[in-house]
Ligand binder design. Structure first.
Ligand code: ADE
Ligand code: ZN
Length: 374
């Protein structure tokens, strides 16, 4: 996927000498900051995984518009180029209830699944852990099996066309009752849908969201061999992250960025190698951080915390994964080595099975070596 001309531009010369012609220069080249088209090409071709993206935030505007027309419904928020104008988590969650509530046909679910697999691949992602929260999809509440089957058909179609492999993280909602949460997990354990790799929890982590209520559900999932991830440190502070790890046994934290408020916890996450699935643009749009430039991702990396870059709800924000790599690199002055490290964490922390993870790491190593050899 790398355009040779741009590669030549990127690695051809530096101060009259060829990059990569000896070890020292290769080292420098590796650390060199990329820019412009060269950065875009490198980031898009970089083999990676996406581990924090919601199916609810991947509905193509065309599918949403057609469903709205069929139901005679109008968006509760202003649309700009098909993307809703959203500024808070509450508005986002209400919009998701509305848009997903329009989807009542299996073929639309399959199309959302297919396009999600394709969308990831267009950013160089080989694999995605995609979160789906059944509470947003009222037409499928009593038909969870049919919903997962329709999505799986779409993912398979997408993969056949060169899309990313998708694993599903079935999500509880923070405000759900313990009983409802246990019902979802019991269903997962009884049915064991092939696509499902993990139990997740998302939504508003503030009032009434205490992780203790979900402890048993997550314990059951762990004992049944499912992975676990949890939204925390977005609308909750560091205590939410601690609870997610200690009460829910979360292997990965979705967001987690508010741990910066607790330096001791930052050190602990670094020592315990707990990965954070960070989504900078989402955090800016929803007011978790004031600006991209002040996002704590760079400080977290410097403190040794393992972080990956993700999009959260790309269709709502009008972004894609490769674009997030580009934007973060341009903002924080990251080079080849930094973006390679982020991609490595995304793959290592993914819930892909071991052979797939190894194959992805090999692709990544090959890409980085090829790029340096120029
Ligand atoms: N569901 C979709 N996007 C979300 C977010 N940013 N936080 C919590 N739940 C979500
Ligand atoms: Zn999220």
């Amino acid at each position: 996927m790398v355009v040779p001309q741009l590669r030549a531009m990127a690695w051809g010369t530096a101060g009259g000498r060829a990059f990569g012609e000896n070890g020292g220069m290769a080292q420098r080249a590796q650390r060199a900051h990329l820019g412009g088209d060269e950065l875009e090409v490198f980031a898009r071709g970089l083999p990676k995984a996406e581990v924090h993206v919601h199916l609810e935030g991947c509905i193509p505007p065309r599918v949403a518009a057609e469903a709205a027309k069929r139901h005679g419904a109008t968006s509760p928020v202003t649309l700009e180029d098909g993307h809703p104008k959203i500024e808070t988590l509450r508005e986002l969650l209400d919009y998701l209830d509305w848009s997903c509530g329009l989807v009542d046909r299996a073929e639309d679910l399959a199309e959302i699944g297919r396009s999600t697999s394709q969308r990831l691949a267009a950013s160089g992602a080989l694999y995605g852990d995609v979160i789906v929260n059944p509470t947003h999809w009222p037409h499928w509440r009593e038909r969870r099996g049919a919903m997962v089957d329709a999505l799986a058909a779409g993912f398979t179609a997408g993969e056949r066309e060169g899309g990313a492999r998708i694993g599903l993280c079935v999500s509880l909602k923070r405000q759900q009752s313990e009983r409802d949460a246990l019902a979802v997990v019991s269903w997962l354990i009884e049915e064991r849908p092939e696509r499902v790799v993990a139990l997740s929890i998302d939504g508003d982590e503030s009032a009434g969201s205490h992780s203790g209520r979900f402890r048993e559900a997550f314990g059951l999932a762990r004992r049944a061999g499912l992975h676990r991830c949890a939204h925390a440190g977005e609308s909750s502070g560091p205590d939410g992250v601690r609870e997610a790890i200690e009460l829910l046994g979360a292997e990965r934290i979705d967001h987690g960025v508010r741990v910066v408020e607790d330096p001791a916890l930052v050190r602990e996450l670094a020592e315990r190698r707990v990965p954070l699935d960070v989504c900078p643009t989402s955090n800016v749009v929803l007011g978790v951080v004031p600006s991209f430039g002040s996002h704590p991702i760079d400080r977290l990396r410097q403190a040794g915390v393992r972080v990956s870059l993700n999009t959260d709800d790309p269709e709502l924000y009008g972004i894609d994964l490769a674009g997030e790599y580009v934007r973060a690199a341009a903002t924080f002055g990251w080079g080849v080595e930094d973006l390679g490290a982020l991609a490595r964490t995304s793959i290592e922390s993914s819930f892909a099975d071991e052979p797939r993870r190894q194959a992805m790491l090999e692709s990544l190593d090959g890409y980085l070596e090829g790029w340096q050899a120029g």
